[in-house]
Design a protein around this ligand. Structure first.
Ligand code: CAA
Length: 260
């Protein structure tokens, strides 16, 4: 996992948690191809590494990410956009099967807000601002924003954000379910890490199944979702961790989950 990256910083794994820091402060962490490709690579490595149980992603105190790199985007014509490798990197990020927790301070705009929506849990400092200002550039959100936003915050607020380009505060984002908790800015990363460490102590197969089944709710019918839930629930009955969890409860002791 240890490797030199240009656009991100990658921590050691501590208590099952790896932290990725977006690190292009001079460009407000604009998500150029290099950054997205590094992010997708690290997440892929985390998928294959049993010692990583959850990942925290963060920016700096002023900005999480100000969106696609507009200077890079300016060079692409329609064929360039059609063949843009960033589409593949976004797909790889979306397919990360372990919990991804975002700690957001400052701006989360355009692709930055879309990256927030790729996270499973979002904690934001009260200085955070969320928005989809692409309309001001003559474009629309291009990394899932139209679809994920409307499923997350509902029609009226999704339309308001995408059509007007206005930003919303951390408080509003929480009221609309885009994020789950607001903290003081100095505490958002600490709180995200705390949650990630807690999740890292849980049975990993159940965590992974829970994420998969919950995300399915975005794009399936209730009936198919319930059927998938039933299958995952049944599968978990075959794990040692399920036996351990139930035995620990009966014996009034802490469970020791092994991921089997
Ligand atoms: N791409 C490239 N560079 C960016 C950038 C971006 N998205 N956002 C900010 N920067 C750069 C600026 O060019 C500037 O660099 P220079 O000093 O070299 O000129 C530096 O970051 C600081 O920016 P500002 O001087 O503008 O800082 P500010 O505090 O006055 O404003 C801001 C901050 C409101 C975030 C403003 O920078 C801004 O509006 N940024 C663009 C936001 C945006 O439109 N995002 C959507 C992009 S399109 C997209 O994301 C498509 C998609 O769905 C994937």
């Amino acid at each position: 996992m240890q490797h030199e990256y240009q656009d991100i910083l990658v921590s050691e794994v501590v208590d099952g948690v790896l932290t990725i820091t977006l690190n292009r402060p001079e460009a407000y962490n604009a998500l150029r191809t290099q950054l997205l490709s590094e992010l997708a690579d690290v997440l892929q490595q985390c998928s294959d590494n049993d010692s990583v149980r959850a990942v925290v992603i963060t920016g700096n105190e002023k900005v999480f990410a100000a969106g696609a790199d507009i200077k890079e985007m300016a060079a692409l014509d329609a064929v360039g956009v059609l063949n843009d490798p960033r589409v593949l990197h976004w797909r790889r990020i979306a397919q990360f099967p372990k919990p991804l927790i975002a700690a957001v301070n400052g701006f989360a705009l355009g692709g930055g807000c879309e990256l927030v929506m790729h996270a499973d849990i979002v904690i934001a400092g009260d200085n955070a601002q969320f928005g989809q200002p692409e309309i001001n550039l003559g474009i629309i959100p291009g990394a899932g924003g139209t679809q994920r936003l409307i499923r997350t915050v509902g029609k009226s607020m999704a339309m308001q954000l995408v059509l007007s380009g206005e930003f919303i505060s951390a408080q509003q984002a929480r009221d609309f379910g885009l994020i789950s908790e607001v903290t003081i800015p100095e505490r958002s990363l600490e709180r995200a890490t705390e949650l990630a460490r807690k999740i890292a102590t849980k049975p990993p197969i159940a965590v992974r199944q829970a994420k998969e089944v919950l995300l399915k709710a975005y794009d399936t019918t209730l009936d198919s979702g319930l059927s998938l839930e039933r299958k995952a629930f049944t599968l978990l009955a075959a794990t040692e961790d399920r036996n351990e969890g139930i035995a620990a409860f009966m014996e009034k002791r802490k469970p020791n989950f092994t991921g089997k």
